[in-house]
Write a protein that binds this ligand. Structure first.
Ligand SMILES: CC(C)(COP(=O)(O)OP(=O)(O)OC[C@H]1O[C@@H](n2cnc3c(N)ncnc32)[C@H](O)[C@@H]1OP(=O)(O)O)[C@@H](O)C(=O)NCCC(=O)NCCS
Length: 164
């Protein structure tokens, strides 16, 4: 019994994002990005037929289903793009980003996408590693595209992957 307690680890289900998720999603977005998107922005995007999202909800918490991460994407005309993705800091590195990306790629494929694009800060090494391992390749660079809070500029990488 005590051993079970010591080996307790969070389990997550990967499920479609619905409007009721948007407040938690916005909260987590604000924890992981300097420019927080409000829940109204997420809800507005999710209302668009071309936009879809996926969330990771913890299934073995005591009182609720805490949000572990989310991804929001768009599919139109055979092309999909990742709009934003984040995993809670305490769950980072445990495979949630991978699972969310796979779910988004699968949904995009089902909606008819042949390719998926995303844009990432060239300084975001952990995200770039994840995308490369998933088969994304850099197809364009936008120099001095991002500016951090200290005024330092960094390059945006546009990455692409075939889905078929
Ligand atoms: C980028 C981010 C989403 C990654 O999520 P994560 O849950 O920490 O990533 P994962 O645990 O799935 O991946 C971590 C590592 O395991 C690998 N991995 C995970 N599951 C795997 C699997 N089933 N098979 C092979 N590799 C796997 C990943 O590629 C990565 O490799 P690394 O050890 O070389 O870094 C997360 O760090 C984050 O939210 N960052 C802040 C927001 C952000 O930067 N978003 C991206 C903006 S473009």
């Amino acid at each position: 019994m005590f051993d079970d307690y010591l080996s307790w680890k969070p389990y997550f289900e990967i499920v479609p994002m619905v409007h009721a998720d948007c407040a938690d999603v916005s909260e987590l977005h604000g924890q992981r990005f300097s420019h927080k998107w409000g829940d109204g922005e997420f809800s507005g995007l999710l209302s668009q037929p071309s936009v879809f999202g996926v969330v990771a909800r913890q299934t073995n918490a005591f009182f609720s289903k805490p949000l572990g991460g989310f991804v929001l994407a768009r599919e139109a005309g055979g092309e999909a793009e990742i709009l934003t993705i984040a995993v809670g800091e305490k769950f980072a590195g445990s495979g949630l980003g991978w699972r969310l990306m796979l779910a988004a790629m699968r949904e995009a494929d089902m909606r008819g996408a042949e390719t998926m694009f995303l844009e990432v800060d060239g300084a975001n090494a952990s995200a770039i590693r994840l995308y490369r391992k998933l088969g994304f390749e850099t197809v364009a660079e936008r120099q001095a595209y991002y500016t951090d809070k200290n005024g330092t500029k960094s390059t945006a990488l546009v990455m692409r992957r075939d889905l078929r």
